[in-house]
Design a protein around this ligand. Structure first.
Ligand code: SF4
Length: 421
């Protein structure tokens, strides 16, 4: 099958109930509401102007302090637990291998992506530092304090990678540079390599080069949407958001030229209305360019413009996870696979015995992202429960055991294995 849009998509407004995929017509975001002038651009936080005192843990019941990058960054709950900044335990995970840092401003992200908890339309309801993002809270911490703790741990650090997540804000290009310089001044990139999750909308080719020259190892672009139509609907004009497919691809090509093979990639969210064939063609394009894809299973983030929509059915997600792994790491091509009229994978293009061995390894079903120190195909970025609840895991933040793999095989409708109890 070629990379053309498959025939026979579902009719408009067809409910997803009973379907084993999320069709385009059903995955329409809500329109963003009007935001009163008095709360726009972080006005509430700036008017209160509460001075921050060390770590801030998101709490909607107290006044949010006035915190701003590069002096402050937010970090995932998993990273905060691993760093010892927040107390807590994660289901079946002892720590996170990736320190995800997020730039922070009272004005927040100025984009309005429909699936995102950080989106601008939320400013009427929640101050930026209190917003949930990929299902969790993001404590805010002085940047110097983060660097000090990690530097003090030296070679004993649990982290295999650090990632700076830019957001759409006029200061984010310059502040990413400052945070990166602050980090590399104390922590050698050989000890903890750095990735950049970029914001192409405000960036130039020169910005990409600067980040590479300052020691970043991998550069990623969060395409998120797998097709131009879906991109425009969820991140562009469809939701009064400034992003464009063309600009994202321009910066992705710059990253390929500047960072080189295997050192750039794109994030893709699966189940927002694209077909499996669409997303796997994109995976193939990225591999052909020399890069990688990092996959996320769509989850209706609380407070987002898509919070009324269904999470990606597990069978759709597992098929895409497995096929993506085969293309990214096992040399298979999308042309080796077969698809039905709805674009669903019907054959992965491998003899059953070989496919079984790869499924049994469990690696295709782990969280995907930039590599850590265990293996090239095992992501440092484990994002525990960022795309599902622990009760129905989409991306395994740990090595799945035999019970997990039995469930995965059921979700893939693969026959039970003798060796898999
Ligand atoms: S640019 Fe990123 S952080 Fe901002 S709304 Fe879009 S997905 Fe969320």
């Amino acid at each position: 099958m070629t990379c053309l849009k498959p025939e026979g998509t579902a009719p408009a407004d067809e409910p997803t109930d009973g379907l084993d995929f999320n069709p385009y017509e059903a995955m329409r975001p809500r329109a963003p509401g009007d935001i009163p002038q008095r709360v726009r651009n972080g006005a509430r936080v700036k008017a209160n102007d509460v001075a921050p005192e060390g770590v801030y843990r998101p709490d909607y019941n107290i006044l949010t302090p006035h915190m701003r990058s590069p002096d402050y960054v937010q970090m995932s709950t998993a990273a905060a637990i691993t760093l010892g900044i927040t107390r807590g335990r994660m289901y079946r995970c002892s720590c996170s291998r990736c320190l995800n840092l997020l730039l922070t401003y009272p004005e927040g992200c100025r984009a309005n992506c429909a699936y995102c908890g950080l989106a601008r339309h939320r400013e009427a309801e929640r101050d930026y530092a209190d917003r949930n993002f990929i299902r969790v809270d993001w404590p805010a911490v002085p940047t110097e304090e983060v660097v000090e703790i990690v530097a003090r741990n030296g070679e004993n650090t649990p982290f295999h990678r650090m990632c700076i997540s830019m957001i759409t804000h006029p200061s984010s290009d310059a502040d990413t540079v400052t945070v990166l310089k602050t980090w590399t001044a104390r922590i050698p990139p050989e000890r903890i390599p750095v990735s950049i999750l970029s914001n192409p909308t405000t960036m130039t080719r020169g910005d990409v080069r600067t980040l590479r020259d300052l020691g970043a190892e991998i550069f990623t672009v969060a395409l998120d949407a797998a097709t131009p139509e879906l991109f425009d609907r969820t991140r562009g004009k469809g939701v009064q958001s400034p992003h464009s497919w063309r600009k994202y691809w321009e910066i992705l090509h710059d990253a390929r030229d500047i960072f080189g093979p295997q050192k750039f990639g794109a994030h893709i969210i699966v189940g927002m209305g694209e077909s499996e064939h669409d997303v796997l063609c994109l995976v193939q394009t990225l591999v052909d360019l020399g890069g990688h894809s990092h996959m996320f299973c769509f989850f209706p983030e609380r407070g987002s413009l898509m919070d009324h929509l269904p999470a990606t059915p597990r069978d759709q997600w597992r098929r895409v996870q497995l096929a993506r792994y085969l293309i990214d790491y096992r040399g298979l091509r999308v042309e080796h696979m077969t698809f039905d009229g709805e674009g669903r994978v019907t054959d992965f293009g491998l003899p059953q015995g070989e496919l079984d061995a790869i499924v049994d390894s469990g690696i295709p079903f782990r969280t995907s992202g930039c590599p850590g120190k265990f293996a090239d195909d095992i992501s440092a970025c484990d994002r525990p429960y960022g795309d599902s609840p622990p009760s129905d895991i989409a991306s395994y933040p740990f090595q799945p055991n035999k019970t997990d793999l039995r469930k995965v095989r059921r979700q893939l409708a693969l026959p039970k294995r003798e060796s898999t109890p």
